[in-house]
Design a protein around this ligand. Sequence first.
Ligand SMILES: [Zn+2]
Ligand SMILES: [Zn+2]
Length: 469
Amino acid sequence: MSSDTSDLSRRGLLKKGAAAAAGAAAIAAGAAADAQGGQAPAVVTGRTFRAWVSRGTGPKRTTLQDVKLRPVTGRMVVVRTEATNLCYSNVGVVLGIQAAPPSGANAPANAAAVGGTLAGTDSMALIQGHGGIGVVEAVGPEVRRVQVGDRVCVSGTPQCGSCYHCLRGRADICQLLGRNLASDLIPVADLRDGTPVYSNSHIGGLSELMVTWEEWIVPVVSKASNVDLGMVCSCVSVAGLGATTSGTLATLAPGSAVAVVGCGPLGLSAVQGGRIGGASIIIGIDPIKARRDVALKVGATHVLDPNVEGDKLIERVRALTAGPTNRAWAGGRDSGGRRSGAGADLVVEAAGAEFVRPKLESGPDPSGILPMQQAYQMASAGGHVITTGLVRGTITLPAFLFAIGGVTHSGGQAGGANPMRDIPRFVEMLHAGRYDPKLLATRVVGLNDVLGAYEEVAYRTTITALMVM
Ligand SMILES: [Zn+2]
Ligand SMILES: [Zn+2]
């Protein structure tokens, strides 16, 4: 045997064997760690952090408080907040203002539908917010989805993965979504006087730490800035991109026509989703000129002002989407002449009710009902409408159109986005430079300046606002 066969020598075999054994031990240790959810149980207790806590009624109900974290158990996840969106749907509960009640028969059955507090939570100390992004600081012993140090999105929509809705591909309406009434919430911290503190909708956000549960957590691997990642992972961006690119509720065929009714942060994300999905015509509709201007910058091919168009709005959309020919037997699009023009293949309604009267241009119907009715009527025969707005009242539609007009409506939550499947995809759209977060995040503030920024969101003088730590 020559010396160059040393790998067959006793010493060589021993060396290799030792390395193999070491490798096997490492694999075994890894498997054991995986079985435990990736790490030993992490418990951080008694830590104090600052949070915007609401309690009681009136305009001073939300105050910045020092709260003390409770023990981290079960599937709890503690996230050091990097950014959180100041969601318009929380304007009422944060600022303590009530929307003007709708009259008579239009009164909604549930306060949440108009942005009021959820039943029974008025007297509770609630950390406000609608999720955000951050870095995992601690996990309960049962957590498998993430590990300490992971960057994550705390999603506005949970995904348990085992309810009937999750199992049939509708994580946007996961059973846990509605489990946010007073009796569903679990205390995560305490005020100085011992009062238990809860996370709004199990997530919170307007605080140094988000204390939530595994079902609301989505791992996101990204080095994007807090503003950019915070914007694309916000509930509104996820809903807008979900409606147009998730395919859960409707499929957007490249080259087709999209109309977006309401160009707030959700609508402007839908406009971008339309562009990313390859729509050839994208019509942005909003009463606020500044928002129409941004719509044009992020992908709208046309913009319309509903106050200027008035009763002609639907006709205008149908004309803009008429297609290159209306000849019979040659690709004509109108519905047998009863309604001229074509209509959009996909309409995303993202207007919703005005919670307070905007300081910029107000829409034609502050209840949000008219824009929703118009959204339905501007869809093409065979087209699709996805509604996302929180409106007040009762919608009425032409019965003939509703019955046999061929329009499919999806009342999707979060635009049908499936958090674990879609949010990482939306983050890739950001990385690829296809999703523009900067034109939407027009106000960025620190923890101390949240209430002032919330007023700007309420009065619509900004497109949206982010709190960034
Ligand atoms: Zn939200
Ligand atoms: Zn579920």
